[in-house]
Design a binder for this molecule. Structure first.
Ligand code: ADP
Length: 561
């Protein structure tokens, strides 16, 4: 800026100086011409004063020097001329402007090119009496004489021009320095501000406007510093949280470069800390991870899957962050959960097995005791023991079924008719149907590929519930639809229904909406868990629709066969 300001100012001053120089040359020149015109006029008047009737015109014009004198007759004929030409060869001068002006009585000086001498001359003529007539006396001096005056004064003018230019140069340099220096300090402040190193420092300078700018910079610096500090605090808090959560977390951008990674994630993938801006493959070559990140980056598709690394199981969630193109990956270590679940399942299976044997013995001995005992009171107790052991036997039976389903490694599927299984299941609850006077309707059939005992357990549990939670004189309808893609079974009842809050929980193990009623009706709390497990095993879809006091509809969509 300083250089440019200096050059511009210098250029303006130079242009002004040159203009001034040209104007002075012009004014001097025109001034000299005017002076020369006056001189010509005075010379002509002197000549006119010297002219008499007896003057010999030829010798009169011989004045020497570069002044030209011409005597012209009234008809324009040149009578004598101081130039060395033969006057007879000269053309008529009557129409020369200076002669015309003299003839009209208003003599005027004219600058013209002389055809005779081949130079520019300043002419002036006077009408002078000669006997009874008159003549024109004309004098002329060369313009070159005026130019000579100018050329003489030109070196001085040029010298002055350069002197003023030199002085201007130093003067402008000084002024520019003085004007620009405060801007330099503003610029320095702004640079420090941009680098975050500026400390507010309100010093009054020599310019009010610059002081105002400095004051504003101080204000901006203060606000900026505060915002930066706040942001730094927030960031360090966030960094602390991110690096201290147990879950591994990293974020990739649309080019799959890592933009954030916490220490747990570095540990999981066993990599160094300089992972930022590096491509995802520096972190892991795992295909499922790479594919789900690719799906999320290009299609914004979220996913949840398990990943095993160094003997640990991680639940991986891949999600697109809202409002930008970043993909966040969270890895939660679920190894312990999985082991606990396995241990629980094991305990469940073991306990069921261990209970089954003594219970069978109790049941046997109880029946034996009932046979040999005639005492009515004791028989009542023994009947009660029978009912309770039966209930416990069902419970253990359900528990064993569930743990068997959980530990199923392989299945031997065959084609199974759903209508046939429905009719078998109905048979097992026929006594309750009769007791409650329930209308039971079945429609359609379909073939599914599965183990018959699994299909039986599934349908039996759903139908049992439809009867168990139905009202006296209620209705149950079983509909089997066989489509091109899937077979569908729907069991609907107009019983007590399930509230929306309970609907999400009834598939949990041992969950019962109303414990006492369920127990009274012979439920174990495991029926729908078994149903769910069978569906999971075969990848069938299980749908529930229910309205409290209106009824329930359970649909199973069996896969293609
Ligand atoms: P339970 O052995 O207690 O019937 P389930 O697992 O089969 O256990 O069912 C869980 C709970 O879901 C039941 O206790 C019952 O409250 C509710 N439920 C299941 N089926 C129906 C139905 N058709 N109508 C109303 N409630 C039902």
């Amino acid at each position: 800026m300083k250089k440019r300001l200096f050059l511009y100012t210098l250029l303006i001053i130079f242009i002004a100086l040159l203009g001034f120089f040209a104007a002075s040359v012009y004014v001097t020149y025109t001034d000299n011409i005017s002076l020369a015109k006056e001189t010509v006029a005075e010379t002509t008047q002197i000549c006119a004063g010297l002219y008499t009737d007896n003057t010999d015109v030829s010798s009169f014009v011989q004045v020497g020097g570069d002044t030209r004198i011409t005597i012209v007759a009234p008809d324009g004929t040149v009578l004598a001329d101081s130039s060395q030409v033969d006057v007879r060869t000269l053309e008529n001068h009557l129409h020369r402007p200076e002669i015309q002006a003299a003839a009209k009585g208003s003599p005027t000086a004219y600058v013209r090119h002389s055809g005779t001498l081949g130079v520019d001359l300043i002419y002036y003529a006077l009408k002078v009496k000669s006997g009874d007539s008159y003549v024109f006396i004309r004098t002329a001096i060369p313009v070159a004489r005026v130019d000579a005056y100018l050329y003489r004064s030109l070196p001085l003018l040029v010298f002055l021009l350069f002197l003023v230019a030199l002085l201007s140069f130093f003067f402008i340099r000084g002024v520019v320095n003085r004007v620009v220096t405060p801007f330099g300090s503003v610029e320095q402040k702004l640079r420090l501000l941009a680098n975050g190193k500026y400390k507010p420092n309100p010093v009054a300078g020599s310019y009010e406007e610059i002081d105002e700018i400095t004051r504003n910079i101080d204000n901006i610096a203060f606000v900026l510093q505060k915002s930066i500090n706040d942001l730094r605090d927030e960031k360090s808090k966030l960094d602390y949280i991110i690096n201290n959560i147990g879950d591994g977390l990293f974020v990739v951008n649309e080019n799959k470069s890592i933009t954030l990674i916490n220490s747990a994630a570095l540990d999981i993938f066993n990599v160094q800390s300089d992972m930022l801006s590096k491509n995802l493959h520096y972190l892991s070559y795992d295909k499922s991870l790479a594919n789900s990140i690719e799906d999320c980056v290009s299609l914004a598709k979220s996913s949840l899957f398990e990943l095993t690394r160094n003997g640990n199981i991680y639940l991986v969630s891949v999600k697109r962050l809202p409002d930008n193109k970043l993909t966040m990956v969270v890895l939660s270590d679920v190894t312990e959960n999985r082991e606990n679940a396995k241990r629980r399942e094991q305990f469940f299976a073991n306990a069921s097995h261990e209970l089954k044997t003594p219970l069978t013995a109790i049941k046997g001995f109880n029946e034996l005791a009932a046979l040999n005992n005639k005492d009515e009171n004791i028989r009542q107790y023994l009947d009660r023991i029978t009912r309770e052991t039966d209930r416990m036997m069902w419970l253990i039976g359900d528990m064993l079924k569930l743990s068997e389903l959980e530990n199923t490694k392989g299945i031997n599927p065959v084609a199974v008719s759903l209508a046939k299984i429905v009719s078998e299941a109905r048979e097992t609850v026929s006594a309750s149907i009769k007791e409650k006077a329930i209308i039971f309707e079945t429609a359609g059939d379909g073939i599914v590929t599965a183990e018959p005992r699994h299909v039986y357990e599934l349908i039996k549990n759903i139908i049992e519930n439809a009867v168990r939670y139905n009202n006296q004189g209620g209705k149950i309808s079983v509909k089997i639809e066989s489509g091109q893609k899937a077979v569908q079974l729907t069991v609907s009842d107009n019983g007590i229904g399930i509230s929306p809050k309970e609907q999400t929980r009834i598939f949990e193990r041992f969950y019962r909406v109303e414990k006492s009623r369920s127990q009274r009706n012979g439920g174990t709390g495991l029926g729908l868990s078994i149903v769910k497990h069978i569906c999971v095993l075969y990848n069938w879809k299980l749908l529930l629709k229910s309205k409290l006091s209106s009824g329930t509809e359970i649909t199973v969509i069996f896969g293609t066969h």
